[in-house]
Design a protein around this ligand. Structure first.
Ligand code: CA2
Length: 145
């Protein structure tokens, strides 16, 4: 199966700022761990990051017919983006929402996700392990399609 991993704004700064919230792991570290795990479960993976909402929308649109699942950490756009939500629905590609921190245990505005209602499910609060759990969830969702 082919999985598209999308990372939203500021996640390129991971490991450099706010280590008390997001840890010291960089996005490149997360990619490497995911690639290792993807190899173990026999999945192919494309891993991308953008600070641009429109770019993320385009990648989700283009995923149709090319990827079996999307893992999406929309970062700050999680809480605001109707456009990303609409793109997920339009693509028809099963999408798993992922977060490093537990968005339900932080500021009130982070408890609301525009993505959650159109995602297969949400993994939140396990640091970089959230991404590994999401990868396993993709394999499971794909197997039961
Ligand atoms: O916990 C997550 O994965 C988040 O998606 C991270 C977003 C935040 O807006 C969401 O509410 C939860 C923030 C990503 C920005 O990451 C930074 C990393 C280092 C320094 C500054 C920001």
């Amino acid at each position: 199966m082919k999985i598209l991993v999308l990372n939203g704004p500021n996640l390129n700064l991971l490991g450099q700022r706010e280590p008390e919230i997001y840890g010291r792991t960089t996005l490149a570290d997360i990619e490497a761990k995911m690639r290792h795990h993807a190899g173990q479960v026999g999945a192919e993976m494309d891993f991308r990051q953008s600070n641009d909402e429109g770019q993320l929308v385009s990648w989700i649109q283009e995923s149709r017919g090319h990827f079996d699942a999307i893992i999406l950490n929309a970062a700050g756009y999680t809480h605001t983006s109707v456009a990303l939500r609409d793109a997920i629905v339009a693509s028809g590609v099963p999408t798993i929402e992922v977060h490093l921190s537990n968005i339900h245990a932080r500021e009130g505005f982070r408890r609301k996700s525009m993505i959650a209602g159109v995602a297969k499910g949400q993994v939140t609060g396990f640091g970089d392990y959230s991404y590994i759990m999401a990868l396993d969830a993709c394999v499971n969702v794909n197997a039961s399609r």
